[in-house]
Write a protein that binds this ligand. Sequence first.
Ligand SMILES: [Zn+2]
Ligand SMILES: [Zn+2]
Length: 255
Amino acid sequence: MSGVSPPAASSQHPGDHHPRLLSLLRRVGAMLVDFVFPLRCVGCGAWDTLLCDRCRAGLPAIIPPCCPRCGVSQPDGPVGVCATCLRTPLNFLDGVWSGYRFEGVIREAVHDLKYQGISALAEPLGTLLGGHVRERFPEATVLVPVPLHPSRLRERGYNQAALLARAVGQVAGLPVWAEALRRVRPTPSQTTLNALGRRQNVRGAFTCAAPAIAGQRVVLVDDVTTTVATLDACAAALKAAGVRSVWGCALARGG
Ligand SMILES: [Zn+2]
Ligand SMILES: [Zn+2]
């Protein structure tokens, strides 16, 4: 679904002719999910909450020490820059911090947030990140979510990273510049690519659309990161626009 139909598309994909209607239906669908169905915990199914206290306390936190560059956990390794960063250093990010391993309840929660229309999950998940962002990046002045390509945004109806950033901002007391970055080309799925392949895949995929962001210190917000290639490509666009520092923050770390 990541491809973009040419303007004179044939009638092979009738849905492509009504992107606005589809988007509207998806948004209405997501609202119905939020309002009609009672709240259930994403982890254990307990009623009246999206994430119960017990499941929240048992989330798979990333175990330090972590690579100071990309933030990958290396509990058995030496404290310092990881092997991947030594081989292919990040060019633009000043640091990355992720909250949880991409497994268990976090994996379920991200799946429901992205693919099941449960957009309300962004609030408890972003709230979890908010306190850490203040602590880890005390010099930050602005939050910027990793943008979706417009075709993907129409498909989903919302950008989960922007919803997370809004919740993070409320806790951390930071403004969110949701339109600061644009994804100017859709990127194929990265799941089969290695670290270097992922970096080539997203190179030049983002531009900065907010010149006024020059001089700010930015924390990028994303739901899941694996090799942090996407975050580094976002940082490239922001640094080109004169941003002083760019850190990355992701709810979950895959790989
Ligand atoms: Zn639960
Ligand atoms: Zn690293």
